[in-house]
Design a binder for this molecule. Structure first.
Ligand SMILES: *Cc1c(COP(=O)(O)O)cnc(C)c1O
Length: 368
């Protein structure tokens, strides 16, 4: 009997995407093995952080790297080090910020649920732009002695109305203000691990629990040594506000191994595996009565380079209804209400699971 069965927890197949509420992504055997091995002995957590950080940085073509408990924890730490810079006094006082530099600039089209992680640092969020556009002159004009950083969310969902990252880095750089990029879910392509830092970003954040297939509670900040040194100095296990988002040796070992796997994988092969899974499902549900049309969309939900299978549902039926029925069969799928479409992401599916998804979907879309 499995752990879930023994404890009355319902397991699902994830044909939707890497969402935290479903448990994120799946770790490889060697990742789990590394976590087991890490658990067996005690270490100096600070030494482990520094050694693995240096190796992870080299592996991803970055100057330096720091492991966190997730991208949200990384947002908090980045905000804190941007405000405290080299002052232990200022860091330890956070989230109290009297008389110190505390403004973090965000573009209004990029405001999202995760920027709470920036606010809990004690930073004051300064919004620029509107839903339609952000002017270079507004970013330039808002930067002052009070500005601690500009945070940039790299998701394709927020591109409309935002300055480009290049424009942002150029303007902030001119004033000596650091730019932090949240690229939590921006993989693949693999080159994103170094593309934003090469463009001049000071710190770039990735979630470990999404496409990297590390532990759900892991993440990494890559970037300039000057800033990562401050993350090492002030981040967990040190006391202060970021102690609430500490990282374990198991999570570091897991994410480090997942990163090794990710860097070693053949991107073309991975793409072919995902396409095979899509073809398998497409072949089985083709011709089902509720499905009007199918399309392979060559992008993930936030602009990643992997394909998804979209099925457009006939007008008389609601896509949401199909999602609900799939969920009753313990399968998560995605949907887009305005298109009356459901979609399948191959990201977290094994071939075996894909067959189960295909059978269930064929059955439901034939009116059952
Ligand atoms: C998923 C996500 C996060 C949070 O990542 P965790 O690793 O789960 O903390 C932060 N920012 C963005 C843009 C995300 O997509």
């Amino acid at each position: 009997m499995s752990f879930y069965e023994r404890n009355g927890i319902i397991p699902y197949i994830n044909a939707h995407d890497t969402y935290t509420v479903y448990g994120g992504s799946r770790m490889a055997d060697n990742t789990l093995q590394a976590m087991r091995e890490a658990a067996e002995s005690f270490v100096d957590i600070r030494q482990m952080q520094v050694v693995l950080g240096e190796k992870a940085a080299r592996m991803t073509h970055n100057e330096a790297a720091f492991f966190t408990n997730g991208a949200a924890g990384a947002l908090l730490l980045c905000a804190c080090v941007c405000m405290a810079e080299d002052s232990e006094y200022l860091y330890r006082r956070l989230p109290e910020t009297p008389g110190q530099k505390k403004e973090i600039i965000l573009m209004r089209p990029q405001r999202n649920a995760y920027d709470t992680a920036v606010r809990v640092s004690g930073a004051q969020i300064i919004e620029i732009g509107d839903a339609d556009e952000t002017l270079e002159s507004e970013l330039e004009g808002r930067i002052s002695e009070q500005t601690a950083a500009v945070f940039y969310f790299a998701s394709s969902l927020y591109r409309r109305g935002s300055l480009s990252l290049e424009q942002t880095i150029e303007i902030a750089g001119k004033h000596g203000v650091p730019v932090v990029v949240d690229a939590a879910a921006q993989l693949p392509p693999r080159e994103n691990l170094w593309r934003f830092t090469e463009a001049g970003a000071d710190m770039v954040i990735f979630s470990g629990g999404k496409t990297l297939c590390g532990p759900q509670d892991s993440g990494i900040i890559v970037g300039k040594k000057k800033w990562i040194d401050r993350c090492i100095r002030f981040g967990a296990p040190e006391h202060g506000v970021c102690r609430v988002s500490k990282t374990s040796r198991e999570a570091m070992a897991g994410l480090y191994t997942a990163l090794e796997n990710y860097m070693a994988a053949d991107e073309r092969e991975e793409d072919e595996k995902r396409r095979k899974i899509i073809a398998l499902i497409e072949g089985r549900i083709c011709g089902c009565s509720d499905i009007m049309d199918m399309e392979i969309v060559e992008r993930g939900p936030v602009g990643q380079t992997y394909s998804r299978l979209f099925c457009y549902i006939r007008k008389e039926k609601r896509a949401e209804e199909i999602v609900r029925k799939m969920r009753e069969r313990r399968i998560y799928i995605g949907y887009e209400e305005e298109k009356n479409a459901i979609y399948i992401s191959p990201l977290n599916l094994t071939e075996e699971e894909a067959l189960v998804v295909a059978e269930a979907l064929a059955d439901i879309s034939d009116g059952n």
